[in-house]
Design a protein around this ligand. Structure first.
Ligand SMILES: Nc1ncnc2c1ncn2[C@@H]1O[C@H](COP(=O)(O)OP(=O)(O)OP(=O)(O)O)[C@@H](O)[C@H]1O
Ligand SMILES: [Mg+2]
Length: 231
């Protein structure tokens, strides 16, 4: 399964989401590789201490590094141009769009979704950095996205200092500790939210595969390395 984590807005937890969904699946004994397609190399920097349970490779090295992987997650960059978007989308089985409750983030996800509809790749928004004290904002964001017919995962990623602590240490949020080395008490809520998101992605992907089996589109099928014909 090829998953691209993507979005035009900066700082909406694309890298954080890529790292965490990769980790959740790795802990389920799946062979996962995270491909860093951002020229800032944020995912590579996150994994530089080699404390993550999966490899992070730059996009230029992806072909060989992902040969035996069951799940390949690509961390996209903000403000990609149309060509980059087209390539990222065509190389994916599923697109995840991390979105915050801020209006600009929602607007950009709506715009992106309109572009994604041209392709046959399923996608869903994931609400991230959801402030537990502002429940109404998350509900409103969810309703707005759904009004544009965008699938929004039920799982929402809470806004937690544990994520920043984890990034500083180069570990996933379940291992987040503060400056004094004490385990962050809320770290597991962040971890469980990402694991629940993984389960939803798997289900959506399977659902889409079933639907596709009943259709005979024309085009190049990368999974079978052959041209599909109508009929
Ligand atoms: N749920 C969260 N709660 C609190 N902080 C978070 C959360 N998710 C991510 N962060 C923090 O927000 C910052 C931006 O996250 P991240 O780098 O993943 O965003 P990005 O979308 O990949 O950014 P860019 O557009 O620069 O690639 C980081 O410092 C990260 O630790
Ligand atoms: Mg990033």
């Amino acid at each position: 399964m090829f998953i691209t984590v993507f979005g035009q807005k900066g700082g909406v937890a694309k890298t954080c989401s890529s790292i965490h969904i990769a980790a959740c699946w790795s802990y389920q004994q799946k062979r996962v590789v995270l491909v860093d397609s951002d020229c800032n190399r944020s995912a590579t920097a996150y994994g530089a201490r080699e404390l993550l349970p999966f490899p992070v490779v730059p996009i230029e090295a992806a072909a060989k590094a992902t040969r035996l992987a069951e799940i390949v997650i690509t961390d996209g960059q903000a403000s990609s141009n149309e060509d980059e978007i087209k390539n990222l989308v065509e190389g994916a089985d599923f697109i995840l769009l991390p979105t915050t409750t801020q209006s600009r983030s929602i607007e950009l996800t709506v715009e992106m979704s309109q572009m994604l509809r041209k392709y046959r790749v399923p996608f869903a928004a994931l609400l991230v950095k959801v402030d537990a004290r502002k429940e109404a904002a998350a509900e409103q964001a969810m309703e707005l996205l759904q009004a544009f017919d965008i699938k929004v995962l039920d799982s929402q990623i809470p806004l937690l200092s544990a994520f920043e602590q984890a990034e500083t240490e180069g570990v996933t949020v379940d291992q987040a500790v503060d400056k004094r080395g004490r385990a962050n008490p809320r770290r597991m809520t962040g971890w469980s939210a990402y694991c629940a998101a993984c389960k939803e992605i798997e289900d959506l992907f399977e659902e889409h595969q079933k639907l596709r089996k009943n259709q005979s589109p024309i085009g190049w099928d990368f999974t079978r390395m052959e041209h599909r014909v109508a009929g």
